[in-house]
Design a protein around this ligand. Structure first.
Ligand SMILES: Cc1ncc(COP(=O)(O)O)c(C=O)c1O
Length: 456
């Protein structure tokens, strides 16, 4: 696990990643001595007097007004994640999707466009293709590794460029620095979804990204009990120079405040707070933030074990005669193994693979695999016993899903293909159980799926 993340807000520079996972953003409660972060399960905060109240509303004082805008427990999570990502500030949201929606609200308006790589989570693709369009924001999808395509797609109405650190579920890692350079040459920020890597493996802000967002629902929390999201502001994009009026300039939606002037360290994050959280209610609940803080304490340890187990499982699948193909960024055979080696400190806990299906006659049939591979993927998911068949990733438990019939089922076959979702693809989120038990479970589920498809 890499130790050298740059320091975050208010953190001594000599504290390393593991230490900051446990301590950043928090110290024992000065009044009670409580060591764990207190859960401030409150909607509002009593004002000291009328002048203080007026100052808080005018954003001229430090303090809390209402938990739709900010809450001390949520703030601890925000500060910790800003520190872990090496950002200048952060805002927690109700879900990963709420984080994306918040970024779009602040960065784009009707008539603008977004340039997004195709190796992207199905929910994000659907959001851009079917929801952002309701606000007349167009998305131009470009093949993730075709860098000229980004260049061609960007024009004067482009609001931002979007990529994922490790694409869901293709596990493709782009050359961030190259994409960032292209975006910056055109005066637009690079926004990165770092959900699959987490800051334990990659900090995109160190590679040219301007904004990072994540679903905290996955590895950051780690136990599958809360849904949440985070947006981290790198703090260095020159918003004013490039005409981002919500962030730099008098914001008529909030008392004519100029966020870049009043919050120079993290103006994007604070604009999100006062525009998206305040006006759309995209905030994270204190209880969810409190739970995620517990999970974050063990993030580096868990991620290390996820990676260790995933490597064992990838090697096992690669050798298995009933497995047609395996994708894992740590395998030399992965098309972006080199980018992953450059940008990640390890290769993560996600694997995708396809089963031979009915007759096993075409082991190179990735992408062309027939109905048999599709059916085999479904039966495999129904047959696991240690692993769980469900729609999440990043839990301590091993999780499986068949994207073509579920998460990506609403995309057209062409869109599925562009997103790297072949009909037979099984997505595996490798947990932290004992690897022998994971392998035994996979063995019996592969056997059941292969036999069922060959017989029927
Ligand atoms: C890569 C990625 N980004 C974003 C999301 C959305 O996060 P949430 O479910 O917390 O809204 C997901 C959900 O699976 C995801 O896999």
């Amino acid at each position: 696990m890499s130790d050298d993340a740059s320091e975050g807000r208010g953190e001594p520079s000599d504290r390393r990643f593991g230490t900051r996972s446990v301590h950043a953003g928090q110290s024992p409660d000065p009044e009670t001595g409580a060591m764990a972060p207190p859960l401030y399960q409150t909607t509002s905060y009593v004002f000291e007097d009328a002048d203080t109240a007026a100052e808080l509303y005018a954003l001229e004082g430090e303090g809390y007004i209402y938990s739709r805008i900010a809450n001390p427990t949520v703030r601890t999570l925000e500060d910790r994640l800003a520190s872990l990502e090496g950002g200048a500030g952060a805002v927690a949201t109700a879900s990963g999707m709420a984080a994306l929606d918040s970024a779009v609200l602040v960065l784009a308006e009707a008539g603008d466009n977004v340039v997004c790589s195709t190796d992207t989570y199905g929910g994000t693709t659907a959001y851009f293709a079917k929801t952002a369009t309701r606000r007349e924001i167009e998305t131009r999808f470009v093949s993730t590794l075709e860098y000229e395509a980004y260049e061609e797609a960007i024009d004067e109405d482009t609001a931002f460029v979007h990529v994922e650190t490790i694409g869901n579920p293709s596990l493709v890692t782009p050359d961030f620095e190259r994409v960032a350079e292209i975006a910056h040459e055109h005066g637009v920020p690079l926004v990165v979804d770092n959900t699959f890597a987490t800051p334990a493996l990659c900090r995109p802000l160190e590679h040219g990204a301007d904004v990072v967002w994540e679903s905290t629902t996955k590895w950051l929390h780690g136990s599958g009990t809360t849904v949440g999201g985070i947006l981290v502001d790198g703090g260095s994009f020159p918003w004013g120079e490039h005409g981002y009026e919500e962030i730099a300039g008098q914001n008529h939606a909030y008392h004519d405040v100029d966020f870049s002037r009043d919050f120079p360290e993290a103006p994007f994050a604070e604009t999100v707070r006062f525009r998206s959280l305040r006006s759309l209610g995209n905030q994270q609940s204190p209880f969810d933030a409190w739970q995620t803080l517990q999970g974050l304490e063990s993030l580096p340890l868990r991620v290390e074990k996820h990676c260790e187990n995933a490597e064992i499982v990838a090697d096992y699948l690669e050798e298995h005669e009933d497995v047609a193909w395996v994708t894992y960024p740590g395998l030399d055979s992965h098309p972006t193994h080199d980018n992953a080696s450059e940008y990640l400190s390890d290769y993560g806990g996600m694997i995708a693979f396809g089963l031979e299906g009915a007759d096993g006659s075409d082991p190179s049939a990735r992408g062309t695999s027939s109905r048999a591979g599709y059916e085999a993927g479904k039966v495999f998911c129904e047959s696991v016993e240690v692993a769980q068949f469900l729609a999440n990733i990043g839990d301590a438990k091993t999780l499986v899903i068949h994207p073509a019939s579920t998460t990506h089922g609403q995309l057209t076959p062409e869109e599925q293909e562009e997103a790297g979702v072949t009909p037979d693809l099984v997505r595996l989120s490798v947990g932290i159980e004992d690897p022998e038990d994971i392998l035994a479970d996979l063995e019996q589920a592969i056997d059941t799926a292969t036999r069922a498809c060959r017989e029927g």
